[in-house]
Design a protein around this ligand. Structure first.
Ligand SMILES: NC(=O)c1ccc[n+]([C@@H]2O[C@H](COP(=O)([O-])OP(=O)(O)OC[C@H]3O[C@@H](n4cnc5c(N)ncnc54)[C@H](OP(=O)(O)O)[C@@H]3O)[C@@H](O)[C@H]2O)c1
Length: 253
């Protein structure tokens, strides 16, 4: 008798795969045959047969409109990870530039809302496959931080947007669709290099972030990608939480 084993395939759309957390998540998922990864961003550093690059500047409202969501019937699970983000110029209100405000709000919040809308329009209620929307938020969405006002505001908005999406899914009894907004902690990526390159004059917490780095306290992107992989494998294990910190989930180191 001929046995035919079908792999349960997962298609993952993820923004910002050229560096940091997004790169680590994409590389981790590509280690498993079941995953196909569509990376959406300005640059691509991954070359893999199951990686599909989609080049777009998500700080551009019109460019974000061009992103298409498709997943044929060979996929039993579909995922959107809104990871791309920018902290922007580390400056206090009164010294911000219009362009920097616009780029940060568009990338960190508007693009996430646009992409989630397109994703749920393409799949959503009419598709009974498991769907996961995982937004990469920040503790900065819960706590005000000197000279990060736009970043904090966008991450707070991201958390509330995700809670609203989950509320709508609950109202519609769409329990095959999950929406999470997760704060990764302080992670060793180019974004942290950008923070450490600020000045005492502009940023009162500069020494704190420099010390975290000096003392080796930054989390690794490997740890974050491992935890994200666990959530994608079985989102039920998160329970009812929508907005949470990854430090409270799974292994600590
Ligand atoms: N690192 C931390 O400590 C930390 C803490 C809390 C939350 N986070 C969040 O984690 C996420 C990833 O950050 P990271 O630390 O990994 O930073 P990162 O290394 O700077 O990566 C940011 C990613 O976003 C992409 N991106 C930036 N601007 C873009 C644009 N206009 N259009 C499309 N893609 C764009 C970048 O790619 P290109 O430049 O190639 O376009 C890059 O792939 C962000 O949402 C950040 O807010 C990070």
């Amino acid at each position: 008798m001929l046995w035919k084993f079908e792999i349960m395939r997962t298609k993952v759309f993820i923004t910002g795969t050229s560096s940091g957390i997004g790169l680590a998540i994409a590389e981790k998922l590509l280690l498993t045959d079941a995953y196909e990864v569509v990376g959406i961003g300005r640059r691509h550093t991954i070359n893999h047969p199951r990686y599909i690059p989609v080049t777009a500047d998500l700080s551009d409202f019109e460019a974000t409109k061009t992103i298409l969501f498709e997943a044929d019937s060979s996929f039993s699970k579909i995922v959107l990870i809104n990871n791309a983000g920018r902290i922007g110029a580390i400056q206090r209100v009164g010294s911000l530039s219009d362009d920097d405000i616009d780029d940060s709000i568009q990338l960190n919040l508007t693009a996430v809302i646009q992409l989630t809308n397109y994703f749920l329009s393409a799949f959503g209620r009419k598709d009974d496959r498991q769907q996961i929307i995982l937004n990469i938020s920040s503790g900065a969405g819960k706590n005000p931080i000197d000279a990060w006002s736009v970043y904090c505001a966008t991450k707070a908005g991201l958390d509330m947007f995700t809670r609203c999406v989950r509320e709508e899914l609950n109202v519609l009894n769409q329990h095959q669709i999950y929406a999470f907004s997760v704060a990764p902690g302080v992670v060793d990526t180019p974004m942290q290099q950008h923070i450490r390159a600020s000045t005492e004059e502009n940023f009162s917490r500069l020494e704190y972030f420099q010390n975290l780095h000096r003392e080796g306290q930054l989390l690794s992107t490997d740890l974050i990608s491992h935890k994200v992989h666990l959530i994608l494998e079985d989102p039920k294990q998160v329970g009812e939480e929508v907005v949470f910190s990854l430090k409270d989930f799974g292994i600590k180191k």
